[in-house]
Ligand binder design. Structure first.
Ligand SMILES: NCc1[nH]cc(CCC(=O)O)c1CC(=O)O
Length: 319
């Protein structure tokens, strides 16, 4: 190594095809912003609990940070310099010493619908089996179509679509963002409207996490922050934080910006997992107040559902 060469920047990622695509996108954006980093950005694969446990619904394993904890440990230990996360999987509380320094330009946050019957829930015959392990998707599927049957499904995109083709399910749902980032947009059949299927908090957003005291990496990474995406994610995560950071509650939220980027509107939803009841909140205000708007919507929902809601789910609840 000559002394004009840049020190390496190590990106930590899960090993799934989607995670690796997100790490590659991060590398590309870093080198685009700082050409002197060409050849210096390394991708380090880290196995997480969520990758290890393949046979049970994630909601059952419970706990927070199933897809992020081991990557954060590697970051804290100095084995990597940047953790690349799907923000949807990142708990609202950051470990001491770590910070999300950038949100990359967000992909389409909506959910895609796959079924031999058609392009939306209305196409399904009564009693059809919908494969999803997500309580948020389950609750909204049953809210729209109480006659449907939801059954857990896990695995990557190919595995899930394989199970659908084999007739194990009549339909399944996947994040549009994942298909785009995997370069498989041609597989898309139908996209559910957000009025019917509100996305998970931060769905479609990639976050770059660094050690707070690592000034060099922090400086490199903050250059990649996409402000509109960061504001939207801030509003949605503030809402989630007020409600419940775990993935065992059906919670959905989507913030959008006006064309000039000045105004933010947020829709949020909490539902019973069986789809028998749902609560919605909406906020609109200055984009600069994203987090306050999110907290406010979260507080309205928390009051609406009442303390017994979280207790009934076996959760300590947000107090
Ligand atoms: N929990 C798994 C997960 N985490 C992020 C995505 C999709 C990509 C994204 O939201 O950025 C997925 C898969 C899915 O929901 O289909």
């Amino acid at each position: 190594m000559t002394d004009t060469q840049e020190a390496p920047v190590r990106l930590g990622s899960r090993g799934s095809p989607l995670a690796l695509a997100q790490a590659e996108e991060t590398r590309r954006r870093l080198v685009e912003a700082r050409p002197e980093l060409a050849g210096a950005v390394e991708i380090v694969v880290i196995r997480t609990t969520g990758d290890r446990v393949q046979d049970r619904p994630l909601a059952e394993i419970g706990g927070k940070g199933l897809f992020t904890k081991e990557i954060e440990e590697a970051l804290l230990d100095g084995r990597i310099d940047v953790a690349v996360h799907s923000m949807k999987d990142v708990p609202t509380w950051q470990p001491a010493g770590l910070a999300i320094a950038a949100i990359l330009p967000r992909e389409d946050p909506r959910d895609a619908f796959f079924s031999p019957h058609g392009t939306g829930l209305a196409a399904l015959p009564a009693g059809a089996r919908v494969g999803t392990a997500s309580l948020r998707r389950q609750a909204q599927v049953l809210l729209a179509r109480p006659d449907l049957v939801v059954a857990p499904i896990r695995g990557n995109v190919q595995t899930r679509l394989g199970k659908l083709a084999a007739g194990e399910y009549d339909a399944t749902l996947l994040a549009v963002a994942g298909l785009h980032r995997l370069g498989r947009a041609e597989l898309l059949q139908g996209v559910l409207p957000t009025s019917e299927m509100l996305p998970a908090v931060a769905q479609g957003a990639i976050g770059l996490q660094v050690r707070v005291e690592d000034e060099r990496t922090h400086g490199l990474v903050t250059q990649l922050d996409d402000r509109p995406s960061a504001l939207r994610v801030a509003a949605e995560r503030a809402c989630l934080e007020v409600l419940d950071g775990s993935c065992r509650t059906p919670i959905a939220a989507l913030a959008e910006l006006s064309a000039d980027g000045e105004r933010l509107s947020l829709s949020a939803l909490v539902a019973r997992p069986d789809g028998s009841e749902a609560w919605r909140a909406r906020r609109e205000g200055p984009a600069g107040e994203a987090a306050a708007l999110g907290r406010d919507a979260g507080e309205e929902l928390r009051r609406a559902v009442g303390p017994d809601f979280f207790a009934a789910l076996g959760l300590p609840g947000p107090g």
